[in-house]
Design a protein around this ligand. Sequence first.
Ligand code: ZN
Ligand code: MN
Length: 135
Amino acid sequence: MVVTITIMPKDSKQKKAILSVLRRTTSHPSADWIYEEVRKVIPNISLGTVYRNLNVLKENGIILELSLAGASSRYDANCEDHYHFRCIKCGRVSDVDEPVNYALDEKLADNTDYRILGHRLEFYGFCPDCGRCNG
Ligand code: ZN
Ligand code: MN
């Protein structure tokens, strides 16, 4: 399959700005937060453009979109396999220092007909700031 992508200079400038905002944070920001940051560099950029570029970056495997039903998507410039924790009170999303359990992929591949490429895992609960007394 041959995919031809035509990128106009304006698009690539916007994409670069979005990517550099995302690469200098470890906070797994929302599209709204990214939009506010990118506006400091490109004041006339629209939220729609930010979403469109985030989607292109995601489809090209350059960034990750972390989506959980009922919560807003968060974005991550770190595409290495790793797990996340999301606080259900303040919404903070953090990397978790827990090695990826590849045995789980093998187990599922052995027990099903699925061809497993990987898995995503997001823990949720209360972060230390929110969880002292059940929030
Ligand atoms: Zn919290
Ligand atoms: Mn992450």
